[in-house]
Design a protein around this ligand. Structure first.
Ligand code: ADE
Length: 237
């Protein structure tokens, strides 16, 4: 999977793409993350990338020319998409992450200032994506969220981890609680069942915990879960 990031702040991606699971995936060449500095493509003598909004109003708007030329500098295969990170986009969720992970390449455009000239969005962007109902100072953090979540779904990125499709959201439930050694700390013990060695009981307990926390914190997800056929959802809550 190839990610191309159009940004005014490529340095924000440095530690993200060099550390932890994403860093390993880049080293193993399972994914690649290339940043493109939009400013390098400005034809303005001062390398300006933005201008005042027609019609007046606060803030500046990113102009079409540097964005279009930056985008056109990228060599892409057919199975790719151009996504503009924006609070006006549809909200990212697990289904969307899975859908995007099936593509070969993603171009993520990070906006700044008041936004981007609508003509760029209308003519060069396939989709607008938001990561939630709040406004960030720029699209970079949102793009990192997309790269991170999509990469997890790419085969062999999660080497030492359980398969991503057994996890929270893949089954419309929040995760059960996790514990590690010691079994007791500051007088606080872990639930007995986890020491029982009884795999069936442990699985049942985990499912119960997942269902309980989902029902309490995310009734919307719980409804979705209840309405889907599940082999083992025999537990009544
Ligand atoms: N840019 C600014 N806010 C954003 C958000 N919530 N999601 C995606 N991109 C953004």
């Amino acid at each position: 999977m190839k990610f191309h990031i159009l940004t005014l702040f490529p340095e924000q991606f440095t530690s993200f793409m060099e550390t932890s699971i994403i860093g390993n995936a880049v080293d193993k060449k399972v994914i690649s993350i290339d940043t493109v500095q939009i400013r390098d493509f400005s034809k303005d003598k001062h390398k300006k990338v933005d201008d005042y909004p027609f019609g007046g109003g606060a803030g500046m708007v990113m102009a079409v020319q540097p964005l279009r030329d930056a985008l056109e500098s990228i060599e892409r295969k057919r199975n790719s998409k151009v996504i503009y990170m924006s609070p006006r986009g549809t909200t990212l969720n697990h289904e969307k992450v899975v859908e995007l992970s099936k593509l070969d390449e993603l171009v993520l455009v990070c906006g700044h200032y008041e936004g981007v000239d609508q003509r760029f969005i209308d003519n060069y962007v396939d989709e607008e994506l938001s990561i939630g109902d709040y406004v960030l100072t720029g699209g970079e953090l949102a793009a990192m969220v997309v790269v991170d979540s999509v990469s997890r779904m790419v085969d062999s990125v999660l080497t030492n981890h359980s398969s991503a499709d057994e996890e929270s959201f893949a089954m419309d439930l929040l995760e059960y609680p996790h514990y590690t050694r010691p079994a007791q700390i500051d007088g606080i013990k872990i639930p007995d069942v986890l020491l029982s060695g009884h795999h069936g009981e442990i699985a049942k307990w985990r499912l119960e915990q997942s269902m309980m926390v989902t029902k309490e914190r995310r009734p919307d997800l719980f409804e979705k879960y209840k309405n889907k056929p599940h082999e083992k959802s025999v537990l009544k809550l």
